[in-house]
Design a protein around this ligand. Structure first.
Ligand code: DQQ
Length: 585
């Protein structure tokens, strides 16, 4: 028996398990600063001499050079959207982290300001890590962030604008009564970070801070009357065993019906709550939808939400440390997430930059109450240029159609596929719970009955490189009529080796009774960000083509299933470049 295919998988699995066990057991109690960003001391302070353009994005958020990670403190204040983010001003790997700061009128065109918060005081001298912003009554913004203090403890600090009448809020002051939240007894000081936006209730401000006790992920709850003196609640708002450190928790209300967002303090009858956590062990996130009981300081996920490793994700690809905020201008809740690199670290250093932010997404509760829906903010449509439109195009098995006439490496595509029958769909094997494994076995080239069908993005001239985004539809079991798999498969995305090229995938909980399914995809040189079934399942892939670059990139719609698929409608647009982080004079 040839087991050669199995050996690399086995060794990868063993390495991963060892890593997980090591992380779970280390406990961080040895005084080390625990955050699993990879540390490359030799590159941390290696300024980029040149910035390589090949894989830089056209319309995604990124600074002119160097490393970025988590989005921090997004808010709207006096006519401007603010985005802060973890940034290394000195190199293209994680380190020397400050809160970089940009402002925008429309969430698409951004101007860069000097860093808002940098290590300078005993309570943050070893790092200014992630956090959130809250706009207090009287229009007073406050930032809460994690500082790494002189003893390498993680403490929570606040910062306020030095001049609240400056619409850009360029300068921030860190008052001397910091830190305002110290790790209390029983709290692991090296696993205690990333305060949330505060909500107000019954005379108190409340926040969550992420943490871990042994293997249990924790969302510690604190309350305060004045925003400066904080008291730890008797028990965490929520915790789940065996999930490891919870980074960047986010907790917010959503309307039971309708797509409008809610201010973080809204409670009441028509409201559910969402708790999202970022799992340091796996570097992916999950969320639950549930009920917040303010009087008991408790959050209980609904029984329709899986509360653990296999819970729902905002995004099944390169997307981490996300954070939402309420936008009072358009009454919506907006999600920001870090789309980290899949490239080798040496390549990041050569490129002179690493990390982008995914396109900000409006999020709201699906009418089924079980999950969130996401869609790129409508302002993105301003960048749409030349359009190609198709309708009623039939794709028989192994047929494809090229979408010509737009800039395929920098594009926005919206397509609705239809099929006349699902009778022949293959039976889903209910033991196959791992979508990513299924996608890697049944890639875009493996024929099926209903699917695979979808888009081939960033395709090189002779198909040496391509990133397919596609669906495969199975017959379900008693509970579910159908099982829909959505994949964004990076395995053939680049001829370059030494990269992470995963077959990212998720299932799509969608009613197919109208015989249709939609796919929206944002293609931007080294990122393919996809929204299945109106934003029910989203997948972001970072890819690094060597041939499918700029005007050499092509775009196709394809079908490799025996069931004929019809492109009901397809619109594709060339996307123009916004102003991206020019310094504001
Ligand atoms: N990144 C920050 C931490 C956070 C982690 C440090 C998540 O505050 O837990 O840069 O990516």
């Amino acid at each position: 028996m040839d087991v050669s295919w199995f050996l690399p998988k086995l060794s990868a699995l063993v390495c991963y398990l060892l890593l997980v066990i090591a992380a779970l057991n280390s406990g961080g109690e040895n005084g080390a600063v625990e955050a699993r960003h990879r540390i490359y001391p030799e590159y941390q302070t290696l300024h980029a001499v040149t910035v390589k353009q090949a894989h830089r994005t056209g319309y995604h958020f990124q600074p002119p050079k160097h490393w970025i990670n988590d989005p921090n403190g997004p808010m709207h204040y006096n006519g401007w959207y603010h985005l802060f983010y973890q940034y290394n001003p000195k190199g293209a790997v994680w380190g020397n982290i400050v809160w970089a700061h940009s402002v925008s009128k429309d969430l698409i065109n951004w101007q860069a300001l000097p860093p808002a918060i940098s290590p300078s005081k005993p309570f943050d001298i070893n790092g200014c890590w992630s956090g959130s912003a809250t706009v207090l009554p009287g229009n007073r913004p406050v930032i809460l962030y994690t500082g790494i203090d002189t003893k390498n403890r993680q403490v929570q600090n606040y910062a306020i604008p030095a001049n609240a009448s400056d619409p850009y809020l360029r300068e921030w002051t860190k008052p001397d009564d910091n830190p305002i939240v110290n790790p209390g007894s029983g709290v692991n000081a090296s696993a205690f970070r990333d305060p949330t936006t505060a909500w107000f209730e019954d005379g108190h401000w409340k926040i969550l801070v992420g943490g871990r006790v042994k293997r249990r992920g924790m969302a510690y709850l604190y309350s305060s009357r004045d925003f400066v003196h904080w008291t730890q609640a008797k028990h965490p708002l929520h915790s789940v065993r065996n999930t490891g450190m919870w980074e960047c928790p986010d907790f917010f209300p959503v309307l039971k019906s309708g797509a409008n967002g809610l201010d973080t303090s809204v409670l009441g009858q028509g409201v559910k709550h969402v708790l999202k956590v970022s799992l340091d062990l796996t570097r992916y996130e999950y969320y639950t939808v549930g009920t917040y009981h303010p009087n008991e300081d408790k959050y209980v996920p609904d029984n329709t939400s899986v509360d653990g490793w296999s819970g729902l994700r905002y995004d099944y690809g390169n997307f981490y440390a996300s954070k939402t905020f309420f936008d009072p201008v358009k009454n919506r809740r907006i999600l920001w997430g870090w789309a980290n690199e899949s490239d080798a670290v040496e390549s990041d250093v050569q490129k002179g930059w690493a990390g982008i932010q995914a396109i900000p997404r409006k999020i709201w509760l699906d009418s089924n109450g079980k999950q969130l829906l996401q869609w790129p903010v409508e302002e993105l449509e301003k960048l749409r240029g030349r359009n190609v439109h198709m309708s009623s195009v039939k794709l028989n098995k192994s047929e494809n159609v090229e979408i010509k006439g737009i800039t395929a490496a920098q594009a926005d595509v919206d397509v609705v596929f239809s099929f006349s029958s699902l009778d022949g769909a293959e039976q889903f094997d209910s033991s196959r719970v791992n979508a990513q494994d299924l996608c890697s076995e049944r890639g875009s080239g493996v024929p099926g009955n209903v699917g695979p069908f979808g888009l081939l993005t960033l395709v090189s001239e002779h198909l040496e490189e391509f990133t397919p985004v596609f669906f495969r539809i199975f017959k379900g079991n008693d509970q579910e009529k159908h099982k829909v798999l959505m994949c964004s498969d990076a395995r053939s995305s680049s001829l370059k080796s030494g990269l992470y090229k995963p077959s990212f995938a998720g299932f799509v909980d969608v009613d197919l009774s109208d015989g249709k399914i939609s796919l929206g995809t944002l293609i931007d040189h080294s990122v393919v960000e996809s929204f299945g079934a109106g934003g029910k399942t989203c997948i972001t892939s970072r890819v690094y083509p060597t041939l499918a670059l700029f005007d050499k990139a092509r775009l196709f719609a394809f079908n490799n299933g025996t069931e004929t698929i019809t492109i009901e409608t397809l619109d594709a647009w060339s996307m123009s470049r916004p102003v991206m982080n020019q310094a504001l004079i």
